[in-house]
Design a protein around this ligand. Structure first.
Ligand code: DGY
Length: 321
């Protein structure tokens, strides 16, 4: 009888995903309501054929060593894979996969949720309603118009494109920046390619949709924030370290930009302490892809990748870069 592959799962996934996983492999799962500790991870991966990991598991040479040479795949539950040393994996002939596409809508929707919340002061209003009362006045809690304004999309990948496309209903002018102009982006969204500096100067809303790489670390720092309009709002649903969070807190406090909506942070789970005291920032706990449907679909993508690797086939969502 064929032996089923043996997999380490670093965190419990939605029930339908765990059920599917049972069909294709034997596994041990970290069922704690917290990430696996480093020790648990190193112990857990030992001798496995594949590992299902999450964005808060640092997968590096030490983990590959612990897993052993028979381990074919590290399947990340997420589209971002900055937690994995991909060059090291490639050197060892270990496959790395991610979960692209299935979370485009949910993550783009979340960027819109933050944009609306920041522009129309939704969280601030909610706090006010819970703590006291209000008296309606013509200049009470004024926010920023969205319809017809200029949207700057930093990163022209799948999520950035999806986000930009959704602006059509609001009649917005779209600028986008990236490594190079993208004919698909332009055809789909009507956006115009701009250098990052131009985008920052001209946009009313700037939303970040780039992966975290050495090149994008602190892509938005003090200088870049200084280019933005004092009325502009910054949204980040990509990875925290793309923005210099200390510089952002200073800009928000000094009101050199109007506001920010953040779903990701430099040192998760803790935002820069200065941010917590500010009313002009809306923060959510890295929930861009957190819908019932999307988190399940992400899991099903991971299962397909693991199934392929266990059968010796190249997994469909191989990370090459
Ligand atoms: C990702 O997929 O990279 C998100 O950050 C988590 O869904």
């Amino acid at each position: 009888m064929n032996r089923k592959g043996n997999v380490y799962v670093s965190r419990l996934l939605p029930h339908p995903v765990m059920e599917k996983l049972k069909e294709i492999c034997d596994f041990e799962v970290n069922a704690e309501p917290r990430p696996a500790t480093r020790e648990e991870l190193l112990r857990g991966v030992r001798g496995r054929d594949a590992v299902l990991c999450l964005l808060n598991d640092r997968i590096d040479a030490e983990v590959f060593d612990a897993a052993g040479p028979q381990c074919r795949l590290f399947a990340n539950y997420g589209v971002g894979y900055n937690n994995i040393d991909v060059p090291e994996a490639r050197k060892r002939g270990v496959w790395v996969t991610n979960t692209p596409d299935v979370l485009n809508d949910a993550t783009a929707d979340m960027a819109w949720a933050l944009l609306f919340a920041a522009a129309r002061r939704v969280a601030e209003g909610d706090r006010l309603m819970r703590s006291g009362t209000f008296s309606w006045q013509p200049e009470f809690m004024l926010g920023a118009d969205i319809t017809g304004r200029t949207l700057g999309v930093v990163g022209a990948g799948r999520i950035g494109r999806n986000f930009a496309l959704k602006s059509r209903g609001f009649g917005m002018k779209v600028l986008y920046s990236g490594r190079r102009p993208s004919p698909e982006f332009e055809a789909e969204t009507g956006g115009r390619f701009a250098a990052l500096d131009e985008l920052l100067r001209d946009s009313d809303f700037v939303s970040i949709h780039v992966p975290l790489t050495p090149e994008t670390h602190h892509l938005i720092g003090e200088r870049e924030l200084g280019l933005m309009k004092p009325s502009a709002i910054l949204i980040n649903t990509s990875r925290g370290p793309v923005v210099d969070e200390k510089a952002l807190a200073r800009a928000l406090e000094a009101r050199t930009i109007r506001g920010a909506g953040l779903d990701v942070f430099e040192n998760e789970p803790n935002p820069e302490p200065g941010l917590k005291a500010l009313d002009n920032v809306v923060m959510t706990p890295h929930i861009g892809s957190a819908t019932v449907e999307t988190r399940t679909n992400m899991g099903l993508v991971v299962v397909r990748n693991i199934a392929a690797a266990l059968e010796g086939r190249e997994p469909p969502n191989l990370v090459r870069g």
